[in-house]
Each structure stands twice: as C-alpha cells, then as structure tokens.
Design a protein around this ligand. Structure first.
Ligand code: AR6
Length: 178
C-alpha cells in the first residue's frame, strides 16, 4: 500500500451507538458548559454513569473547537474526550475552522494520552445543525491530515447514528480527492 492508502485505511465508517464501542477513546459532542444535554452527550452520560459528570464539573468548561478528557465511567472504552462543536450559523462565523479544531484537538489529546483507537460521532450535525455533507468533508480532511503526522494513532472510527451520515462518509472515503 502506498502512503496515502495506509492513511485512508486507518479511517473507518460504522453505524452504531458510540457508547457501546470498546475503543481506547470515544469523543463526545458536548456543550461549552460541559453540563450534559441531549443527543450523543445525553447517551454518553446515561450509559457512563455519574463519574463522567463529576470530572466535567471539576474541569468546568470548554471553548468551541477545543477538547478536554475524562474517565469513561462504566463505558467499555478507556476515556471520553469531550469536544464542543460550533452551532451552525450560516457558515460565515468561523464554523468550519471551529469544527476542524474539534477533530484536531481531540486527536491531539488522544495522542498525548497514548490512546490509539478513537471513535468520533458526527459532531455538530444534530442539535447544532451543521450541514452533514460539509461537516463530513471537514472531519475526513482534518483526521487525514492529523494521521499523516501521528503514526501512533492506529484507527479512527466515524460513528454514524443515522443512515444519511453513513452514506455520506462511505461515499467520501471511497472516493477521496486526488
Ligand atoms: N451514538 C452515536 N451517535 C449519536 C448517538 C449515539 N448514541 N446519539 C446521537 N448521535 P448531537 P451536536 C448522533 O445533537 O449537533 C447536546 O445537547 C446524532 O445523530 O448529539 O454537536 C450537547 O449537550 C448526530 O449525527 O450533537 C450540545 O448542547 C451526532 O450524534 C448539543 O447537543 C451529533 O448530534 C451538541 O449538538
């Protein structure tokens, strides 16, 4: 396999409930106050138990595009990385750069903690309203670029909850830009 194929081979699409995955780290699409909520955030706190929220409270808050790390409580993974995606506001408010930051900063934390398999939900594409196709483009591009400089990350899963996102990711990963 050439270098590009090796990078692309580390990215996988999966339709699943992220809370069930036995990977090193799962990423949570949190809010700035780290106070829990609906969507994947609600599912992670429900399944993981109160320990995760205790650590979130100690950390306090997280800026949009940044990431923090906590225990995984009762989840099968080792750690939860909480990142705050941008609220979609038409696309002229720096949303793309903030969304890219979510992927980059989450993977930076994973590498720092020697977590080599990481599962991402489709950050910002639920309650925060980011257009799914554009969000997937940014996610794949940013992860690909990170993997290029970080061989220690072995696998990145894009965990799609809905069929629409799954199709978008499959299509983009099968047809990467030249
Ligand atoms: N596993 C994987 N993906 C899931 C799961 C699950 N168990 N549940 C939902 N998704 P969202 P956001 C998908 O709304 O847009 C929260 O209230 C979902 O289908 O969870 O970043 C936070 O506290 C969608 O594709 O996150 C924030 O306030 C994706 O996860 C706010 O929502 C993200 O949808 C963040 O909004």
């Amino acid at each position: 396999m050439n270098k590009e194929a090796i990078l692309m081979d580390k990215m996988k699409v999966l339709q699943a409930d992220i809370t069930k995955l036995d990977v090193d780290a799962i990423v949570n699409a949190a809010n700035k106050q780290l106070k829990g909520g609906g969507g994947v955030d609600g599912a992670i706190h429900r399944a993981g138990g109160p320990e995760i929220m205790e650590e979130c409270r100690e950390i306090g808050s997280c800026e949009t595009g940044e990431a923090v790390i906590t225990t995984a409580g009762q989840l099968p993974c080792e750690k939860v990385i909480h990142t705050v995606g941008p609220v979609w506001n038409g696309g002229e408010k720096g949303e793309a750069e903030q969304l890219a930051g979510c992927y980059r900063n989450s993977l930076t934390l994973a590498a720092d903690y020697r977590l080599s398999t990481v599962a991402f939900p489709n950050i910002s594409t639920g309650i925060y309203g980011y257009p799914k196709d554009e969000a997937a483009e940014i996610a794949i591009q940013e992860v690909r670029n990170f993997l290029e400089g970080h061989e220690e990350i072995e696998e990145v899963l894009f965990v799609c909850f809905d069929e629409e996102n799954k199709k978008i990711y499959e299509e983009k990963l099968e047809n990467p830009p030249e």
